[in-house]
Design a binder for this molecule. Structure first.
Ligand SMILES: [Fe+2]
Ligand SMILES: [Fe+2]
Ligand SMILES: [Fe+2]
Ligand SMILES: [Fe+2]
Length: 405
């Protein structure tokens, strides 16, 4: 497998940071905008510091994916059920990101991105010099981004006023001065403000920053996908661990089928990321305890197609798209998104279909109790040739039966 891990991880982080900022049909570009502003503020720092700040900006709010709505709605009015996630999101995000090789520095910046210069921030109430400059820069950029979403602060004069007020409190005087200086540039100010200009501004910033080079030999892509799997599963409390279990089951089947090492890796990766399209399904639909309306069901059914579109954007891992997005295709052609029949769906996808269904059957849902492993196996057997590829069912059943429950 000849994949440049640095490039693949960069592409994955780019697309992930875009997709978690999509809510319904709104694209917020929060992470991309914070990355653009923070990179401008970090302009005089070393290349490697700039790179850490850039990636930390893109990933800074990943720990908040479990909130009922996008985090930008919660910063002013906090409500109780979301408070714990809100206050812990820097810790959760930092823990997740630290799993990716060479991202320890990035994780540290994420941990402190809500600390305030005067000590009144969270999670640890650090002050001044105890907060890394990179975290202070992200704090400033994050605050500017949130303010610019408020119609009050969409002129240079009003945002300048706001930044001056935050000096020595939320951010240092020096940083406040630098922030005012970069926003004084009319072209930059209007480009940041105008959603249409964000992608261009973001990609030109990204080109200047460059990628983190990853050493060969470590499964850096696999670990990044594990982190993304955790983020996907955080979106919906009833699916905790789902993506990782599906990946594990799929790997076991691929091994039993004696596929080669690359094929097994590919199937595992696809399993980890198969539900990434769910990130844009609103939480209130995913969490709905009762039956979904037709419209809501249609919305949920779109997620494998979204998975396809997202993975197509990751050029280094493009081949994952047909595998990951095929996990709701049925052997008899009555599945979705493309209605692929039998072997029109690739082998990896047919494996994932069985694993996804098995995990759904054996997991708790708000509207029904989980099936025992044995009952799920019987159900899968009865659907061989209809929903599932019978050959794969033959490999899967002995494995599922031996899961020890
Ligand atoms: Fe945050
Ligand atoms: Fe943020
Ligand atoms: Fe799915
Ligand atoms: Fe799934």
């Amino acid at each position: 497998m000849h994949i440049n891990p640095g490039k693949a991880i960069d592409e994955l982080i780019t697309v992930l940071s875009f997709i978690v900022d999509v809510e319904g049909n709104k694209e917020y570009y929060h992470a991309w905008r914070v990355a653009v502003i923070a990179s401008k503020l970090a302009g005089s720092l070393s290349k490697s510091k700039q790179r850490d700040i850039f990636y930390a900006s893109l990933l800074h709010d990943m720990g908040a994916v479990g909130l009922t709505r996008h985090i930008i709605h919660f910063l002013r009015q906090e409500n109780k059920p979301n408070r714990t996630i809100l206050l812990s999101h820097p810790i959760i995000g930092a823990q997740q990101v630290s799993i990716i090789p060479k991202m320890n520095g990035v994780a540290k910046l994420i941990l402190d991105h809500h600390e305030w210069f005067n000590g009144s921030g969270y999670p640890r109430g650090k002050t001044n010099k105890n907060i890394a400059l990179g975290s202070q820069i992200i704090r400033a950029a994050d605050s500017i981004d949130i303010a610019l979403r408020d119609s009050h602060y969409q002129t240079f004069k009003s945002i300048k006023e706001k930044i001056i007020q935050s000096a020595d409190k939320e951010i240092s005087k020096n940083l406040a001065r630098d922030a005012i200086n970069i926003l004084e540039n009319k072209r930059f100010f209007s480009a940041v403000l105008n959603h249409r200009d964000i992608p261009e501004l973001f990609y030109s910033t990204k080109t200047k920053i460059g990628q983190i080079s990853m050493s060969k030999g470590i499964d850096a892509i696999g670990r990044t996908l594990e982190v993304i799997a955790q983020i996907i599963d955080m979106k919906h409390p009833f699916t905790a661990g789902h993506s990782q279990r599906v990946a594990r089951y799929a790997m076991a089947i691929a091994l039993a089928m004696k596929l080669n090492h690359d094929e097994i890796t590919w199937i595992k990766w696809a399993g980890l990321i198969h539900d990434i399209g769910k990130l844009i399904v609103p939480r209130k639909i995913l969490d709905k305890p009762g039956r979904l309306t037709r419209k809501e069901f249609k919305h949920v059914q779109k997620h494998p197609q979204t998975t396809y579109k997202i993975l197509e954007m990751v050029s280094s891992l493009k081949d994952l798209a047909p595998v990951a997005s095929g996990h709701h295709e049925y052997y008899n052609g009555s599945g979705y998104p493309f209605g692929l029949k039998a072997k029109e769906s690739v082998l990896g996808a047919r494996i994932l279909t069985v694993c996804d269904a098995f995990d759904a059957m054996t997991s708790n849902r708000p509207y029904r109790k989980p099936l025992t492993h044995l009952a799920a196996c019987q159900e899968i057997k009865s659907l061989a040739g209809k929903q599932f590829d019978p050959e794969i069912v033959n490999f899967a059943l002995p494995l599922f039966k031996n899961l020890g429950l």
